[in-house]
Design a binder for this molecule. Structure first.
Ligand SMILES: Nc1nc2c(c(=O)[nH]1)N[C@H]1C(S)=C(S)[C@@H](COP(=O)(O)OP(=O)(O)OC[C@H]3O[C@@H](n4cnc5c(=O)[nH]c(N)nc54)[C@H](O)[C@@H]3O)O[C@H]1N2
Ligand SMILES: Nc1nc2c(c(=O)[nH]1)N[C@H]1C(S)=C(S)[C@@H](COP(=O)(O)OP(=O)(O)OC[C@H]3O[C@@H](n4cnc5c(=O)[nH]c(N)nc54)[C@H](O)[C@@H]3O)O[C@H]1N2
Ligand SMILES: [Mo]
Length: 723
């Protein structure tokens, strides 16, 4: 599995210069170079290392009602949290408490519940493997599988759909494969902003002549041309490298239809006697070809064209380019996963690759681009509301208690359960749950109904200002900070998008002497809840994270054998991905070709209704807004913008710069005073920024199989704003 060119994303815990940027999940090809390599990684590091401090004095000076009037940017810009705080409803303020008091109160809040399933333990994807493993141990020891996590809003369709297709819910490629691919397909992601280090990989592929086909309703500049900050010539001459050799501007939500069109074209050519399918691979490794082929043969070109917003000739063109390549990698992001029926769309992407045997050999495979730096690892070590029986049985064997079996709540389920009063204790290990989730109208109210909310965070955000009857705000060390425990200086481990596990060690001095590590905070609550006689020795685990890794290895020996030794080798190690060896861990023992469901149908909308997608600007990290510019899209100084096709705008009597209200076509939800910006995008499509547009997304509008909200296909109407 190793080669001399294997990615080297990290440093060993023994290395003095080891720290992983708290940015995206793309592997770092060079030792410690990620900060120079990636402007947005540098922004994330600087944001964590701010000199500003959100001290007890700040909270003494402002009620929560006042703080709620601040912008999201201003809240985080208050700086790093410095002290554990508890909410005082009488004064509507956060007041300082000791750590022991905080742990005791959290434990009491849990003890007061009638049933463990009245608790929900949310996590964002920055938590290390060690913190995430302890967190799920805390929740399962307590008795619930309620682990909603940011994955539920992100790549859950990948986690749900790919195991059925290829037996694993992760990508199958390594960085080496990109050097060998002779075609790269890019669906619905914007790496120039969100995975900047990937641009070096795409640029070198383009430079050696491997075509890159882009499928995206928006013309993303870095996917058209990219100037490398590492190339002195490009920088000095203001020149750049063309990236996409062909840019298919399909309709929002049109991917499943477009890919089915490509596959229909392939099957038609194959039926006509041109062997463009990999028949040997299909016969030896797959199941379900006949059902998929029957669906494709029966599909109506006119309907596919309407759904995809692209002509049959374009789908045939893409199919021709695909069939002309022998080693193909398919990358995809949120443009695929955040729609109704996204799980089925992910399966169509897998089908496309499987038809030509493009999974499980060098230079080929599927590459879902994960978001948070450790979102993939958190799932691997058990932060999952739908754990497998094998995982639970292993937990029981190692810890000697019976883990709960009933599956838990996703993010959208948790919100509905909070609303109904069925979840009464909400804990967040990082993240900004309320702002990231759909429908703030319902979500904010749901959180406020909780008996207790507990947040572990580096910086203040709006979710912390929506307290339950009781609330705790617990400040933690960031990934960039030195973590010293009783057993000495600690390293944590994370898993990137390519299943590389490596160690990360902070270098900076902690922002406050009161900060505790996420591991110490979770263990502190565990110790307060279960007492000193508990078979889990929470204090000992905090003292030395090697002990936590030993437990992870004991629960998951197939993945983590030799964990502590292997992370001390520079570069870390890759977790086994059976599909990349053509071993299919599916029920059929084969890779499954799965026909499309109707949930991802993308019918034409009534006149006056546009389909709105939500995107990240260049100056944000999810709900963290660094600044007001989106430079590659030519937007400066504002985020209250709605992009649409110029002809659609003209038909609505709107011109550039007009102010509009945007209403969800299903009624009830709206956002106000947005500025119209015409852009080169297909008719019927519109785009706005996340999270400003989240008020338009209904809580019930999500992919059924995965629960992922349809953040990227919201039918809306635009109306001139009054006044
Ligand atoms: N700097 C920075 N880096 C980040 C993040 C950040 O906020 N800032 N967030 C992190 C996280 S958690 C994640 S999940 C990733 C997200 O990374 P991306 O997946 O790149 O995220 P989005 O900005 O949501 O961009 C989605 C892209 O999909 C396109 N798109 C929208 N709708 C459709 C559609 O229907 N079909 C197709 N084919 N394309 C569509 C949009 O035009 C846009 O180019 O980035 C991670 N990295
Ligand atoms: N409309 C729309 N909505 C979306 C999306 C979209 O594309 N469109 N994308 C979705 C996606 S892909 C995702 S992943 C979610 C993101 O949802 P979340 O992961 O919940 O949100 P973030 O904005 O990443 O969380 C930021 C907060 O994390 C805390 N934090 C930062 N670093 C640390 C740390 O090291 N430890 C701890 N404990 N806390 C820390 C800080 O307090 C900061 O305010 O949003 C989803 N929501
Ligand atoms: Mo994400």
């Amino acid at each position: 599995m190793w080669s001399s060119r294997a990615p080297r994303p990290c440093c060993a815990p023994t290395s003095p210069r080891a720290s992983t940027a708290p940015g995206c999940a793309w592997p770092d090809p060079k030792h410690t170079s990620s900060f120079e390599f990636c402007e947005n990684g540098a922004k994330a590091v600087a944001w964590e290392a701010t000199r500003n401090r959100a001290t007890p004095e700040l909270f003494a000076a402002h009620t929560l009602a006042e703080l709620r009037t601040w912008t999201d940017h201003a809240l985080e810009d208050a700086g790093r949290l410095t002290h554990p705080m508890a909410y005082d409803p009488a004064s509507d303020r956060y007041l300082p408490v000791t750590w022991d008091e905080a742990f005791a109160r959290a434990a009491d809040g849990l003890r007061r519940l009638d049933h463990p399933d009245q608790a929900a333990f949310y996590a964002s994807g920055r938590a290390s493997n060690e913190a995430a493993f302890l967190y799920q141990l805390l929740g399962r020891r307590f008795g619930t599988n309620n682990f909603p996590d940011c994955s539920n809003m992100c790549h859950e369709p990948t986690s749900v759909a790919l195991p059925l297709s290829i037996g694993v819910g992760k990508g199958t490629v390594t960085l080496d494969d990109f050097d060998e691919a002779d075609l790269i397909l890019s669906f619905g992601h914007n790496p120039g902003t969100n995975h900047p280090r990937m641009m070096a990989t795409l640029r070198s592929a383009a430079r050696r002549g491997a075509p890159i086909l882009v499928f995206n309703p928006l013309k993303e500049r870095a996917l058209e041309r990219f100037a490398s900050p590492q190339d002195p010539v490009e920088m000095a001459t203001l020149s750049s490298t063309p990236i996409a050799s062909r840019y298919y501007q399909l309709r929002i939500g049109g991917d499943a239809a477009f890919v089915q069109g490509m596959m229909k074209a392939l099957v038609a050519r194959d039926d006509a006697g041109e062997p463009v399918l990999d028949h040997d691979f299909l016969a030896e490794h797959t199941a379900g070809f006949d059902a998929l082929a029957a669906q494709l043969r029966a599909a109506d070109w006119a309907e596919l064209e309407t759904e995809a917003g692209a002509a049959r000739a374009e789908m045939e063109d893409a199919a021709r380019r695909y069939a002309g390549a022998s080693r193909v990698i398919l990358c995809y992001g949120m443009g695929i996963t955040q729609h109704l029926g996204s799980s089925s769309t992910v399966q169509q992407l897998a089908n496309l690759l499987l038809l030509r045997g493009n999974i499980g050999r060098p230079g080929a495979g599927i590459c879902p681009l994960r978001g948070h730096s450790n979102v993939q690892g958190d799932r691997t070590v058990g932060l999952w509301e739908k754990p497998s029986e094998a995982f639970l049985a292993a937990m029981d064997r190692v810890f000697g208690f019976a883990s709960p079996r009933a599956h838990g709540h996703t993010v959208v389920d948790s919100i509905a359960a909070l609303e109904r009063g069925e979840v009464r204790f909400f804990m967040g290990l990082g993240g900004n749950f309320a702002v990231a989730a759909p429908d703030p109208g319902r979500t904010f109210g749901a959180l406020a109904r909780a008996d207790m909310t507990v947040h572990v965070a580096t910086k203040l955000n709006r979710t912390h200002l929506l307290p339950g009857r009781e609330s705790l705000l617990l400040p933690c060390l960031g990934r960039t900070e030195v973590d010293v425990q009783a057993g000495g200086r600690q390293a944590v481990t994370v898993e990137d998008s390519m299943s590389m596990v490596h160690a990360s060690r902070g270098l900076n001095a902690p922002a406050s002497s009161e900060l505790r590590s996420e591991v110490a905070i979770v263990a502190g609550i565990g110790a307060a809840l279960f007492g000193e006689k508990d078979p889990v020795d929470w204090a000992a685990l905090t003292a030395d994270y090697d002990r936590i890794r030993d437990l992870i290895e004991a629960v998951l020996p197939d993945l983590f054998a030799g964990y502590n030794e292997r992370i001390r080798v520079p570069g870390g190690f890759r977790l086994p991905i059976p599909a990349s060896e053509r071993t299919w861990k599916t029920a059929s023992g084969r890779a499954n070709l799965i026909p499309r469901t109707s949930e991802n149908a993308n019918p034409a909308l009534p006149p006056g209704v546009l389909l709105l997608t939500t995107v990240r600007s260049h100056d944000q990290y999810n709900t963290t807004i660094y600044g007001q510019d989106d430079r590659y899209r030519g937007v400066f100084g504002r985020r209250d913008v709605i992009f649409a096709n110029p002809e659609d705008l003209a038909a609505l009597g709107l011109a550039e710069g007009d102010r509009v209200d945007v209403e969800a076509a299903s009624g009830g939800r709206s956002i106000h005073g947005f500025i119209v910006a015409p852009r080169d995008m297909p008719r019927g499509c519109a785009a706005a920024y996340y999270p400003e547009a989240n008020a338009l997304v209904g809580l019930d509008d999500h992919d059924r199989a995965s629960g992922t909200p349809a953040y990227k296909s919201i039918p809306v109407r635009l109306r001139p704003a009054p006044g």
